[in-house]
Design a protein around this ligand. Structure first.
Ligand SMILES: NC(=O)c1ccc[n+]([C@@H]2O[C@H](COP(=O)([O-])OP(=O)(O)OC[C@H]3O[C@@H](n4cnc5c(N)ncnc54)[C@H](O)[C@@H]3O)[C@@H](O)[C@H]2O)c1
Length: 362
C-alpha cells in the first residue's frame, strides 16, 4: 500500500496536462510532486501555477526521486513506450494518455513489464469515465439491451488537424484514427463487453491535407502548433468483426467536406438500443410499442471535467489500494491491435485476420 498522499509526477506539460493537473489538485489523496517537460519554460510555468516542488526536463531524473509513487504521461505518442518501461523499472505506477503506444510489439512488451512489476498501469480512455457512459453501462450490464451485436462510431472533424507532432506519423503513429477515432472505438468496444476482434477491413485517405488555409473556424492545436508538415491520413474507416458475431463500423477524420463535426456512438442489441453520443437515448420495445426513452441526466455528451476527475480519482484509488484499473493494459493492447490492423488493411487493401491466442489473453 502506497502512503497518502500519493506523490504524482506529470511528464509532458502541454495542452492536455491542464485537465490532469486540475483533477489531481482536487484529489486530497494525491499530491502534485514533480513535473517534467522537454520545454523548460513550460515546466517552470506549470510548476509555478500548480505549486509543484520538483521540476526537470529529463524524465529519467524525475524517476530517480525516491518518494515519487506514480507518473502521468502526457507526451507525444512515440515516447509513451520508453517512458512507461522506464517508470515501471523505477517502481512507479503509471497512467498513460491514449494511445498506450504506437506499435503492437511495444504494447506487448509493456503488458509483460506491467505483469512482471505488479505496478498499476491505467490507459487514458477517458470516455469510459463519463457519468452518462457509466449510467448506460448499468442498463447494459443488467441485460436491458440484450446482447449487443452492432455498433456505429464516428469521430469526424470537418477541420481539426492539430498540427505539430500530431501531423508527423513518426511521432504520433497515425492521424485521426489513433488520436480521436480511438476514443469512440474504445467506448463502443467497452460497452459491447470488450469482445475479441477477429477481422478488420479498412480504408484510409490522404486527400485534403491539413487545410491550414481555412479561415474563420477555430480548432484544437498542439502546444507547439506548426502547420508546415503533415503526413498522416485525413480520413479512416473500418469494419471490425468480433468472435461473438458482433460488428462495429468506425469512421474518423481530421478533415472532410462535411457540413459539421460529428461525434456519435450508437449501439444496437437484441432487446434494445442506445445512443451514447451526441445525445443520450435508450430505445426499447414494451407491450408491442417502441419507446425512445431519454434518461434524465445533468448534460448530454461528454462531461469533460467530471470524466477527468473520475479518471484521476480511480487511478489514485487503484494505486493506493492495489486494484486493477477499469482501463487495463490488456485493453490498451487490444485497441492497439485493432488500430494496427486498420492501417495494415488500408495499406494492403485486404481484410486482416486477427489470430486467436494473441491480444487480451497474450
Ligand atoms: N484524453 C484526451 O482526450 C486527449 C486529448 C489530447 C491529447 N491527448 C494525448 O495526450 C498526449 C499529449 O497531447 P497534448 O495535446 O498535450 O500534446 P502537446 O504537444 O500539447 O504537449 C505534449 C508535451 O509533451 C512534451 N514532451 C514531449 N516529449 C517529451 C519527453 N520525452 N519528456 C518530457 N516532455 C516531453 C512536449 O514538450 C509538450 O509540452 C498525447 O498522447 C495525446 O494523444 C489525450
Amino acid at each position: 500500500m502506497s502512503p497518502i498522499p500519493l506523490k504524482i509526477g506529470i511528464i509532458g506539460g502541454g495542452a492536455i496536462s491542464e485537465l490532469h493537473l486540475n483533477s489531481y489538485q482536487n484529489n486530497s489523496a494525491a499530491e502534485l510532486y514533480a513535473i517534467c517537460d522537454l520545454n523548460e519554460s513550460r515546466a517552470k510555468q506549470k510548476a509555478a501555477q500548480y505549486n509543484i516542488p520538483h521540476l526537470c526536463t529529463d524524465y529519467n531524473v524525475m524517476l530517480q526521486l525516491p518518494d515519487l509513487e506514480a507518473v502521468v504521461i502526457c507526451t507525444w505518442n512515440n515516447t509513451h513506450a520508453d517512458i512507461i518501461m522506464a517508470a515501471l523499472d523505477a517502481g512507479k505506477h503509471v497512467f498513460v494518455e491514449k494511445p498506450l503506444c504506437t506499435t503492437i510489439s511495444d504494447a506487448l512488451a509493456i503488458q509483460r513489464k506491467t505483469i512482471e512489476t505488479g505496478k498499476t498501469l491505467q490507459v487514458g480512455f477517458i470516455r469510459r469515465f463519463d457519468p452518462n457512459v457509466q449510467m448506460l453501462k448499468t442498463f447494459i450490464d443488467h441485460g436491458d439491451l440484450g446482447r449487443i451485436y452492432y455498433a456505429k462510431a464516428s469521430a469526424l472533424r470537418r477541420l481539426g488537424n492539430p498540427g505539430g507532432w500530431f501531423a508527423d506519423r513518426e511521432k504520433s503513429g497515425g492521424g485521426p484514427l489513433i488520436d480521436v477515432g480511438i476514443h469512440v472505438l474504445d467506448l463502443s468496444w467497452y460497452l459491447m463487453g470488450c469482445p475479441r476482434p477477429i477481422a478488420v477491413s479498412a480504408n484510409t485517405y490522404n486527400k485534403l491535407g491539413n487545410r491550414s488555409n481555412i479561415k474563420n473556424l477555430a480548432f484544437y492545436k498542439t502546444a507547439d502548433y506548426n502547420p508546415n508538415f503533415n503526413n498522416v491520413e485525413d480520413l479512416a474507416n473500418a469494419m471490425i468483426r468480433f468472435e461473438n458475431g458482433a460488428s462495429l463500423y468506425l469512421d474518423t477524420s481530421y478533415t472532410l467536406h462535411a457540413k459539421r463535426n460529428e461525434t456519435s456512438v450508437v449501439l444496437y442489441g437484441e432487446r434494445g438500443g442506445t445512443e451514447v453520443l451526441p445525445e443520450t437515448w435508450l430505445i426499447i420495445e414494451k407491450y408491442n410499442t417502441i419507446l425512445n426513452a431519454r434518461p434524465q441526466t445533468d448534460q448530454d455528451g461528454l462531461n469533460v471535467d467530471a470524466a477527468f476527475q473520475e479518471q484521476t480519482d480511480h487511478f489514485v484509488e487503484c494505486c493506493l489500494e492495489n486494484k486493477a484499473p477499469r482501463t487495463t493494459v490488456e485493453h490498451g493492447v487490444e485497441i492497439m491491435r485493432m488500430i494496427d490492423a486498420i492501417y495494415e488493411s488500408s495499406r494492403t487493401r485486404k481484410e486482416i485476420k486477427l489470430s486467436k491466442g494473441r491480444g487480451m489473453e497474450s
